[in-house]
Design a protein around this ligand. Structure first.
Ligand code: DX5
Ligand code: ZN
Length: 250
């Protein structure tokens, strides 16, 4: 049963740019240890990838694992539903502990009814689009949800290469979305790519392999945040640079 208070999007926005670790790249035999090191590194949110073997050609983890993660941390859980039929699963993932529930535009060309359901369940709605999906399909709904996530890889697997097609899409979303929206990117985000996405206007950076595959997770977390911070289009967060180290390794 999810009893955690819902995170406030406005308080998350005060901390942007935010690194959003994808637990798909965690060591599942030591999930709690990895969550603890992400918390110690300064993570303010966690990204959970749910796959159905149909909308994407892979399976990841399901409800019992989300419940276990919920028990292990109070961080907001951003649940990315890579499901052909997300509607039927919204209540169970909310009950398992999801705070954000993001659905793909490819399976919900008018996502507003599902946004309503997600809000009724007490969660925060997000909208995701794949690299080949035109940004025009997403723009009309950019201010109907709180999180707009643009994939920079075809979803289904961690560790893929970043597709720069995402940059122009994020610029367009940034123009249309108001300042109260989280603008996110997912796939191949690491030290070599994060600055470009930040400059395009993203403020929430899902990162799996580049962070959890690194031997020094806290140092890498700080490095990624510092790189994102430098390239925010309009930054009010100059004071936050005092919090980050200069010696992060790549
Ligand atoms: C891919 C998932 C991603 C994935 C990102 O389908 O949506 O969240 O974990 O992993 P990296 O950062 O390794 O590309
Ligand atoms: Zn994801």
């Amino acid at each position: 049963m999810n009893t955690s208070p819902l995170p406030s999007v406005s308080s998350l926005l005060r901390g942007v740019p935010l690194i959003n670790p994808s637990l798909l790249a965690a060591d599942f035999a030591h999930l709690e240890r990895d969550i603890r090191s992400l918390e110690e590194a300064g993570a303010e949110i966690l990204h959970l990838d749910i796959m159905d073997g149909h909308f994407v050609p892979n399976l990841s983890f399901g409800i019992p694992v989300v419940e276990a993660i919920r028990r292990a941390t109070e961080l907001p859980l951003d649940v990315h539903l890579m499901l052909q039929y997300p509607e039927s699963y919204l209540p169970v993932f909310r009950k398992a502990g999801a705070d954000f529930l993001s659905i793909h535009i490819e399976v919900a060309p008018d996502p507003r009814p599902m946004f309503d359901t997600i809000r009724r369940l007490g969660a925060i709605p997000g909208l995701v689009s794949n690299p080949p999906t035109p940004v025009e399909t997403v723009l009309p709904f950019a201010n109907d949800c709180d999180l707009i996530l643009t994939m920079s890889v075809m979803p289904g697997f961690g560790g893929q290469s970043f597709n720069p097609v995402v940059l122009e899409k994020i610029r367009r979303i940034r123009e249309v979305a108001d300042d109260t929206r989280l603008i996110s990117v997912d796939g191949g985000v690491g030290a070599e790519t994060i600055a470009a996405v930040a400059a395009a206007g993203a403020n929430l950076f899902v990162t799996g392999t580049a962070l959890l595959g690194h031997p020094d997770i806290p140092a890498q977390f700080q490095l990624l945040r510092r790189l994102a911070l430098q390239d925010q289009p309009s930054t009010n967060f100059a004071d936050a640079t005092a919090d980050v180290h200069n010696g992060g390794s790549q």
